[in-house]
Design a protein around this ligand. Structure first.
Ligand code: FE2
Length: 371
Protein backbone atom coordinates (compact mmCIF):
# COMPACT_ATOMS: atom_id res chain seq x y z
CA UNK A 1 0.00 0.00 0.00
CA UNK A 2 1.42 3.43 -0.88
CA UNK A 3 1.92 6.04 1.81
CA UNK A 4 -0.80 8.12 0.17
CA UNK A 5 -3.50 5.48 0.52
CA UNK A 6 -2.42 4.44 4.01
CA UNK A 7 -2.45 8.10 5.11
CA UNK A 8 -6.08 8.30 4.02
CA UNK A 9 -8.07 7.57 7.16
CA UNK A 10 -10.73 4.88 7.13
CA UNK A 11 -13.95 6.89 7.73
CA UNK A 12 -15.27 3.89 9.67
CA UNK A 13 -12.26 3.68 12.02
CA UNK A 14 -13.67 5.92 14.74
CA UNK A 15 -17.25 4.76 15.22
CA UNK A 16 -19.73 3.94 17.94
CA UNK A 17 -23.22 2.50 18.27
CA UNK A 18 -25.87 5.11 17.42
CA UNK A 19 -29.14 3.23 17.86
CA UNK A 20 -30.96 0.02 17.01
CA UNK A 21 -34.22 0.42 15.10
CA UNK A 22 -36.76 -2.37 15.46
CA UNK A 23 -39.60 -2.87 12.97
CA UNK A 24 -42.53 -4.20 15.00
CA UNK A 25 -46.25 -4.85 14.59
CA UNK A 26 -47.31 -2.51 17.37
CA UNK A 27 -44.66 -0.01 18.44
CA UNK A 28 -46.81 1.54 21.14
CA UNK A 29 -47.14 -1.77 22.96
CA UNK A 30 -43.55 -2.84 22.26
CA UNK A 31 -42.32 0.45 23.76
CA UNK A 32 -44.28 -0.29 26.90
CA UNK A 33 -42.76 -3.79 27.09
CA UNK A 34 -39.16 -2.58 26.73
CA UNK A 35 -39.79 0.17 29.30
CA UNK A 36 -41.51 -2.02 31.89
CA UNK A 37 -39.38 -5.16 31.44
CA UNK A 38 -35.96 -3.71 30.57
CA UNK A 39 -36.21 -0.38 32.42
CA UNK A 40 -35.93 1.92 29.41
CA UNK A 41 -37.27 5.46 29.47
CA UNK A 42 -39.12 6.84 26.47
CA UNK A 43 -37.40 10.03 25.31
CA UNK A 44 -38.80 10.97 21.88
CA UNK A 45 -41.56 10.24 19.42
CA UNK A 46 -42.42 10.73 15.75
CA UNK A 47 -45.82 9.94 14.24
CA UNK A 48 -49.03 11.47 12.87
CA UNK A 49 -49.11 14.05 15.69
CA UNK A 50 -45.67 15.31 14.61
CA UNK A 51 -46.39 15.34 10.88
CA UNK A 52 -45.17 11.84 9.96
CA UNK A 53 -47.94 10.18 7.95
CA UNK A 54 -46.82 6.60 7.40
CA UNK A 55 -45.33 5.39 10.69
CA UNK A 56 -45.02 5.83 14.44
CA UNK A 57 -41.60 5.64 16.13
CA UNK A 58 -40.84 5.61 19.85
CA UNK A 59 -37.27 6.30 21.01
CA UNK A 60 -36.19 4.61 24.24
CA UNK A 61 -33.02 5.34 26.19
CA UNK A 62 -31.03 3.91 29.04
CA UNK A 63 -27.48 5.11 29.71
CA UNK A 64 -25.82 4.87 26.26
CA UNK A 65 -28.50 2.59 24.76
CA UNK A 66 -30.93 3.96 22.17
CA UNK A 67 -33.71 1.78 20.77
CA UNK A 68 -36.17 3.04 18.15
CA UNK A 69 -39.41 1.05 17.85
CA UNK A 70 -41.20 1.67 14.57
CA UNK A 71 -44.56 0.46 13.24
CA UNK A 72 -46.16 1.16 9.90
CA UNK A 73 -49.56 2.85 9.70
CA UNK A 74 -50.06 1.43 6.19
CA UNK A 75 -50.98 -2.05 4.98
CA UNK A 76 -48.34 -2.58 2.34
CA UNK A 77 -45.21 -0.48 2.74
CA UNK A 78 -41.65 -1.71 3.44
CA UNK A 79 -42.18 -1.73 7.21
CA UNK A 80 -45.35 -3.85 7.01
CA UNK A 81 -43.68 -6.20 4.52
CA UNK A 82 -40.67 -6.55 6.87
CA UNK A 83 -42.87 -7.40 9.84
CA UNK A 84 -44.98 -9.81 7.77
CA UNK A 85 -41.90 -11.72 6.60
CA UNK A 86 -39.63 -11.54 9.66
CA UNK A 87 -41.91 -10.78 12.59
CA UNK A 88 -40.77 -8.16 15.10
CA UNK A 89 -37.01 -7.65 14.92
CA UNK A 90 -34.08 -5.37 14.28
CA UNK A 91 -34.00 -3.52 10.97
CA UNK A 92 -31.22 -0.96 11.41
CA UNK A 93 -27.96 -1.26 13.35
CA UNK A 94 -27.16 2.44 13.11
CA UNK A 95 -23.59 3.61 13.59
CA UNK A 96 -22.28 7.00 14.70
CA UNK A 97 -19.63 8.29 12.31
CA UNK A 98 -17.64 11.51 12.03
CA UNK A 99 -18.32 11.90 8.32
CA UNK A 100 -21.38 10.10 6.92
CA UNK A 101 -20.63 11.11 3.31
CA UNK A 102 -17.11 9.67 3.49
CA UNK A 103 -18.33 6.54 5.32
CA UNK A 104 -21.01 5.94 2.68
CA UNK A 105 -18.60 6.58 -0.21
CA UNK A 106 -16.01 4.18 1.25
CA UNK A 107 -18.66 1.52 1.92
CA UNK A 108 -20.09 1.75 -1.60
CA UNK A 109 -16.57 1.71 -3.09
CA UNK A 110 -16.07 -1.56 -1.17
CA UNK A 111 -19.22 -3.00 -2.82
CA UNK A 112 -21.80 -2.33 -0.10
CA UNK A 113 -25.25 -1.76 -1.58
CA UNK A 114 -26.48 1.80 -1.00
CA UNK A 115 -30.06 2.13 0.23
CA UNK A 116 -29.96 5.84 1.08
CA UNK A 117 -27.45 8.27 -0.39
CA UNK A 118 -26.13 10.77 2.18
CA UNK A 119 -28.98 13.05 3.07
CA UNK A 120 -29.24 16.11 5.26
CA UNK A 121 -32.08 16.00 7.80
CA UNK A 122 -32.90 19.27 9.49
CA UNK A 123 -35.32 20.81 11.97
CA UNK A 124 -35.12 23.83 14.24
CA UNK A 125 -32.69 22.04 16.58
CA UNK A 126 -29.99 21.66 13.93
CA UNK A 127 -29.06 19.12 11.29
CA UNK A 128 -27.57 15.67 10.79
CA UNK A 129 -26.37 13.61 7.82
CA UNK A 130 -27.75 10.11 7.36
CA UNK A 131 -26.81 7.44 4.81
CA UNK A 132 -27.74 3.75 4.72
CA UNK A 133 -26.20 0.57 3.30
CA UNK A 134 -27.50 -3.00 3.23
CA UNK A 135 -26.08 -5.90 5.21
CA UNK A 136 -27.27 -9.53 5.72
CA UNK A 137 -30.92 -10.37 5.02
CA UNK A 138 -33.07 -7.24 5.11
CA UNK A 139 -30.92 -5.70 7.85
CA UNK A 140 -29.27 -2.33 7.21
CA UNK A 141 -26.60 -0.05 8.65
CA UNK A 142 -27.31 3.66 8.77
CA UNK A 143 -24.36 6.01 9.17
CA UNK A 144 -25.33 8.90 11.42
CA UNK A 145 -23.29 12.11 11.56
CA UNK A 146 -24.70 14.30 14.31
CA UNK A 147 -23.18 17.66 13.25
CA UNK A 148 -24.65 20.46 15.38
CA UNK A 149 -27.83 18.65 16.38
CA UNK A 150 -29.22 19.65 19.80
CA UNK A 151 -32.73 18.13 19.61
CA UNK A 152 -34.21 15.24 21.61
CA UNK A 153 -33.08 12.53 19.18
CA UNK A 154 -32.94 13.18 15.42
CA UNK A 155 -34.70 15.75 13.20
CA UNK A 156 -38.42 14.98 12.95
CA UNK A 157 -38.69 13.60 16.50
CA UNK A 158 -40.19 15.55 19.37
CA UNK A 159 -39.24 15.12 23.01
CA UNK A 160 -41.78 12.84 24.68
CA UNK A 161 -40.55 11.67 28.09
CA UNK A 162 -42.29 8.83 29.81
CA UNK A 163 -41.28 6.06 32.16
CA UNK A 164 -42.96 3.13 33.83
CA UNK A 165 -42.60 4.00 37.50
CA UNK A 166 -43.10 0.42 38.70
CA UNK A 167 -40.17 -0.90 36.63
CA UNK A 168 -37.00 -1.70 38.52
CA UNK A 169 -33.93 -0.12 36.97
CA UNK A 170 -31.45 -2.73 35.68
CA UNK A 171 -28.78 -0.17 34.75
CA UNK A 172 -28.08 -1.51 31.26
CA UNK A 173 -25.12 0.46 29.90
CA UNK A 174 -24.36 0.03 26.20
CA UNK A 175 -24.36 -2.44 23.33
CA UNK A 176 -21.41 -4.84 23.56
CA UNK A 177 -22.03 -6.78 20.34
CA UNK A 178 -24.78 -7.42 17.85
CA UNK A 179 -24.93 -10.88 16.27
CA UNK A 180 -26.15 -11.77 12.78
CA UNK A 181 -27.35 -15.21 11.73
CA UNK A 182 -26.65 -15.86 8.05
CA UNK A 183 -27.36 -18.80 5.74
CA UNK A 184 -25.45 -22.03 5.17
CA UNK A 185 -21.89 -21.29 3.99
CA UNK A 186 -22.35 -17.52 4.14
CA UNK A 187 -20.35 -16.72 7.29
CA UNK A 188 -17.03 -16.15 5.52
CA UNK A 189 -18.46 -13.82 2.89
CA UNK A 190 -20.20 -11.70 5.56
CA UNK A 191 -17.01 -11.68 7.62
CA UNK A 192 -15.23 -10.43 4.48
CA UNK A 193 -17.97 -7.81 4.07
CA UNK A 194 -17.17 -6.31 7.49
CA UNK A 195 -13.44 -6.45 6.74
CA UNK A 196 -13.84 -4.80 3.33
CA UNK A 197 -16.63 -2.30 4.03
CA UNK A 198 -15.92 -1.37 7.66
CA UNK A 199 -12.19 -2.13 7.77
CA UNK A 200 -12.88 -4.52 10.66
CA UNK A 201 -10.61 -7.37 11.63
CA UNK A 202 -11.44 -10.80 12.96
CA UNK A 203 -11.32 -11.05 16.74
CA UNK A 204 -12.11 -14.73 17.20
CA UNK A 205 -13.76 -17.56 15.40
CA UNK A 206 -15.11 -20.86 16.52
CA UNK A 207 -16.42 -23.73 14.54
CA UNK A 208 -18.32 -26.94 14.92
CA UNK A 209 -15.27 -28.54 16.61
CA UNK A 210 -15.56 -26.02 19.48
CA UNK A 211 -19.29 -26.52 19.59
CA UNK A 212 -19.21 -30.25 19.08
CA UNK A 213 -22.41 -31.64 20.49
CA UNK A 214 -25.42 -33.43 19.25
CA UNK A 215 -27.69 -30.61 20.27
CA UNK A 216 -26.78 -27.68 18.14
CA UNK A 217 -24.00 -26.98 15.69
CA UNK A 218 -22.89 -23.58 14.50
CA UNK A 219 -19.90 -21.69 13.21
CA UNK A 220 -19.16 -18.17 14.29
CA UNK A 221 -16.71 -15.41 13.47
CA UNK A 222 -16.41 -12.11 15.36
CA UNK A 223 -15.58 -8.96 13.40
CA UNK A 224 -14.57 -5.84 15.28
CA UNK A 225 -13.32 -2.28 14.91
CA UNK A 226 -9.83 -1.44 16.16
CA UNK A 227 -11.00 -0.30 19.59
CA UNK A 228 -13.31 -3.28 20.11
CA UNK A 229 -16.20 -0.91 20.60
CA UNK A 230 -18.41 -2.17 17.77
CA UNK A 231 -18.40 -5.95 17.40
CA UNK A 232 -20.37 -7.98 14.87
CA UNK A 233 -20.27 -11.75 15.36
CA UNK A 234 -21.67 -13.64 12.36
CA UNK A 235 -23.09 -17.16 12.79
CA UNK A 236 -23.95 -19.80 10.22
CA UNK A 237 -25.56 -23.18 10.85
CA UNK A 238 -23.48 -26.36 10.84
CA UNK A 239 -24.54 -29.98 10.51
CA UNK A 240 -25.35 -31.77 13.75
CA UNK A 241 -27.56 -34.66 14.76
CA UNK A 242 -30.30 -32.22 15.58
CA UNK A 243 -31.36 -29.09 13.78
CA UNK A 244 -28.93 -26.22 14.35
CA UNK A 245 -30.35 -23.39 16.44
CA UNK A 246 -29.18 -21.11 13.60
CA UNK A 247 -31.22 -23.06 11.07
CA UNK A 248 -34.25 -22.82 13.33
CA UNK A 249 -33.74 -19.05 13.49
CA UNK A 250 -33.48 -18.81 9.69
CA UNK A 251 -36.73 -20.74 9.31
CA UNK A 252 -38.69 -18.58 11.74
CA UNK A 253 -37.11 -15.30 10.64
CA UNK A 254 -37.59 -15.94 6.94
CA UNK A 255 -33.84 -15.69 6.32
CA UNK A 256 -30.81 -13.96 7.86
CA UNK A 257 -31.18 -11.30 10.54
CA UNK A 258 -30.08 -10.16 13.98
CA UNK A 259 -30.03 -13.10 16.40
CA UNK A 260 -29.07 -11.34 19.60
CA UNK A 261 -27.89 -8.06 21.04
CA UNK A 262 -25.45 -8.28 23.94
CA UNK A 263 -25.99 -5.46 26.41
CA UNK A 264 -23.25 -4.58 28.87
CA UNK A 265 -23.78 -3.96 32.57
CA UNK A 266 -21.33 -3.11 35.34
CA UNK A 267 -23.06 -5.35 37.87
CA UNK A 268 -24.70 -8.36 36.28
CA UNK A 269 -26.11 -9.74 39.54
CA UNK A 270 -28.02 -6.54 40.34
CA UNK A 271 -29.07 -6.21 36.68
CA UNK A 272 -30.47 -9.75 36.53
CA UNK A 273 -32.30 -9.32 39.84
CA UNK A 274 -33.98 -6.15 38.51
CA UNK A 275 -34.86 -7.73 35.14
CA UNK A 276 -36.31 -10.82 36.82
CA UNK A 277 -38.37 -8.64 39.14
CA UNK A 278 -39.66 -6.91 35.97
CA UNK A 279 -40.70 -10.28 34.53
CA UNK A 280 -37.89 -10.89 32.00
CA UNK A 281 -37.43 -14.60 31.33
CA UNK A 282 -33.96 -16.12 30.99
CA UNK A 283 -32.60 -19.34 29.57
CA UNK A 284 -31.96 -21.87 32.29
CA UNK A 285 -28.57 -23.44 32.96
CA UNK A 286 -28.26 -27.02 34.21
CA UNK A 287 -27.25 -27.19 37.86
CA UNK A 288 -24.26 -29.38 36.97
CA UNK A 289 -22.68 -26.39 35.17
CA UNK A 290 -21.84 -24.87 38.57
CA UNK A 291 -20.43 -28.00 40.20
CA UNK A 292 -16.90 -27.49 38.89
CA UNK A 293 -17.16 -23.87 37.73
CA UNK A 294 -14.04 -22.53 39.48
CA UNK A 295 -12.06 -25.59 38.39
CA UNK A 296 -12.90 -24.61 34.79
CA UNK A 297 -12.61 -20.80 34.89
CA UNK A 298 -10.35 -20.20 37.89
CA UNK A 299 -10.93 -17.84 40.80
CA UNK A 300 -13.68 -15.27 40.33
CA UNK A 301 -14.84 -12.35 42.51
CA UNK A 302 -18.44 -13.54 42.67
CA UNK A 303 -19.65 -16.34 44.92
CA UNK A 304 -20.53 -19.40 42.83
CA UNK A 305 -23.72 -19.78 44.85
CA UNK A 306 -24.83 -16.28 43.78
CA UNK A 307 -24.21 -17.12 40.12
CA UNK A 308 -25.83 -20.54 40.46
CA UNK A 309 -28.89 -18.96 42.00
CA UNK A 310 -29.30 -16.66 38.98
CA UNK A 311 -28.04 -19.08 36.30
CA UNK A 312 -25.27 -16.68 35.23
CA UNK A 313 -22.51 -18.18 33.02
CA UNK A 314 -18.77 -17.44 33.24
CA UNK A 315 -16.03 -17.65 30.62
CA UNK A 316 -12.35 -16.77 30.78
CA UNK A 317 -9.64 -15.87 28.28
CA UNK A 318 -6.06 -14.70 28.86
CA UNK A 319 -7.24 -11.11 29.51
CA UNK A 320 -9.75 -11.81 32.26
CA UNK A 321 -13.23 -13.23 32.58
CA UNK A 322 -16.78 -12.35 31.67
CA UNK A 323 -20.24 -13.14 33.01
CA UNK A 324 -23.21 -13.66 30.69
CA UNK A 325 -26.81 -14.85 30.54
CA UNK A 326 -29.32 -15.06 27.70
CA UNK A 327 -32.97 -14.06 27.72
CA UNK A 328 -35.65 -16.16 26.12
CA UNK A 329 -36.83 -14.84 22.71
CA UNK A 330 -38.38 -11.39 23.00
CA UNK A 331 -41.32 -12.11 20.69
CA UNK A 332 -43.42 -15.13 19.78
CA UNK A 333 -41.14 -16.23 16.98
CA UNK A 334 -37.95 -17.83 18.44
CA UNK A 335 -35.77 -15.22 16.76
CA UNK A 336 -34.30 -12.14 18.50
CA UNK A 337 -33.10 -12.34 22.11
CA UNK A 338 -30.79 -10.35 24.38
CA UNK A 339 -27.61 -11.34 26.17
CA UNK A 340 -26.66 -9.50 29.35
CA UNK A 341 -22.89 -9.35 29.72
CA UNK A 342 -20.39 -8.04 32.26
CA UNK A 343 -16.80 -8.01 31.11
CA UNK A 344 -13.98 -8.17 33.63
CA UNK A 345 -11.12 -7.69 31.20
CA UNK A 346 -12.10 -10.56 28.94
CA UNK A 347 -12.84 -10.16 25.22
CA UNK A 348 -14.49 -13.59 25.19
CA UNK A 349 -17.79 -14.36 23.52
CA UNK A 350 -18.55 -17.31 25.75
CA UNK A 351 -16.89 -20.02 23.70
CA UNK A 352 -16.03 -21.92 26.88
CA UNK A 353 -19.68 -22.00 27.80
CA UNK A 354 -20.81 -23.91 24.73
CA UNK A 355 -18.96 -27.04 25.69
CA UNK A 356 -19.49 -26.68 29.45
CA UNK A 357 -23.20 -26.11 28.94
CA UNK A 358 -23.63 -29.05 26.64
CA UNK A 359 -21.49 -31.33 28.78
CA UNK A 360 -23.63 -30.42 31.77
CA UNK A 361 -26.78 -31.06 29.77
CA UNK A 362 -25.43 -34.48 28.90
CA UNK A 363 -24.64 -35.10 32.58
CA UNK A 364 -28.24 -34.30 33.46
CA UNK A 365 -29.38 -36.68 30.75
CA UNK A 366 -27.13 -39.37 32.16
CA UNK A 367 -28.74 -38.88 35.59
CA UNK A 368 -32.10 -39.45 33.98
CA UNK A 369 -30.75 -42.48 32.14
CA UNK A 370 -31.48 -41.04 28.72
CA UNK A 371 -27.92 -41.13 27.32
FE1 FE2 B 1 -23.17 -12.95 22.36
Amino acid sequence: MSTMTSAKRNPLADIDWAYLEFFVGNAKQAAHYYCSAFGFEQMAYAGPETGVRDRASYVLEQNKLRFVLTSSLLPDDDISAHVRLHGDGIKDIAILVEDARAAHAAAVAADAKSLLAPMELRDNAGHIIKATVATYGDTVHSFIELRDYRGAFLPGFVEARKRVSSARHPNLCHVDHCVGNVGWGEMDSWGDFYARVFGFSQLVSFDDKDISTEYTALKSKVMTDERHRVKFPVNEPAVGKKKSQIEEYLDFNGGPGVQHVAIATENIVETIDALKANGVEFMDTPDAYYDDLEARVGKIDEAVAVLRDRRILVDRDDLGYMLQIFTKPLQDRPTLFFEIIQRKGSLSFGKGNFKALFVSIEREQEKRGTL
